[in-house]
Design a protein around this ligand. Sequence first.
Ligand SMILES: [Zn+2]
Length: 312
Amino acid sequence: MNWARWGAGAAISLLLIGCASALPSPVRRASWSPAVAPATPVAVTPVALTTPARLPRATRIALEGQAIQGGLMLGNVPTGTTRLTLNATPVRFASDGRFVLAFDRDATATATLVAERRDGSRVTQAIAVAPRAWRIERLNSLARISQPSAEFQRRRAPELAQINAARAKDTGAQGWRQQFLWPVTGRLSGLFGAQRIYRGEPGSYHSGVDVARPTGTPLMAPADGVVVLATPGEFTLEGRLLMIDHGMGLNSAFLHMDRIDVREGDTVRRGQRLGTVGSTGRATGPHMHWGMKWWDARIDPLLLAGPMPAAE
Ligand SMILES: [Zn+2]
């Protein structure tokens, strides 16, 4: 969709930006590797973690995955950890010491993890976060300014309230520990982070990944979770919107769905059918838009699900 800037300070925070056909041509297969199974060549230089290798495992912060913008890492806290922070913000960890963290699309180049231990000691780990080369399209035209109508604003406020309430639900889901699956396979028609710049004025970046498939194509759960939002009707932008909490602040949103076959509160399993692809809401054609967040960080589902499997 042509994401014009919304005028008037965009008081409507576009939490979930649906977008079809932002990138008209087939996108080359992504060459970066999934966060939890780095194997293939990476588009950016992988970053060595700075933990000294000589420390015994239980006294350092163990991390797996790539420290990269839009990426996710899994880790284990050192033995006796009572508090873990990332850039001074507390990070939850499970009773077995396992945790997940992720880096926003615009994360700064360095991050600091600190584990405070029962004996009063602190383990500090600096992380160099690799930058990404986002797909930026520079246009020599002005953004199409569309002033949100009063009717739009009237409908939008309660929609955003529902989305925020869904994100605030703490379900205890354990999907965050898993390797994520592609909910739908097919042609990538929009990449996370892609952005248009209109005569120097940046538009909103694309907040998820799009996979073009016909209406009615089944959509599967990428990992275990709990349904925190399943809209009975259509939201103005997202259309039929399904949100799944994977636990520990990690969640998925599926936009523009044709049908939703699960209900709020349902526990879903990785690979379970959730509904079907559609083009409801603001979409120019049927596709799956999959957005992911870890708390406030917007992350790239492609880094979790890995390269798109070849077409059958
Ligand atoms: Zn999209």
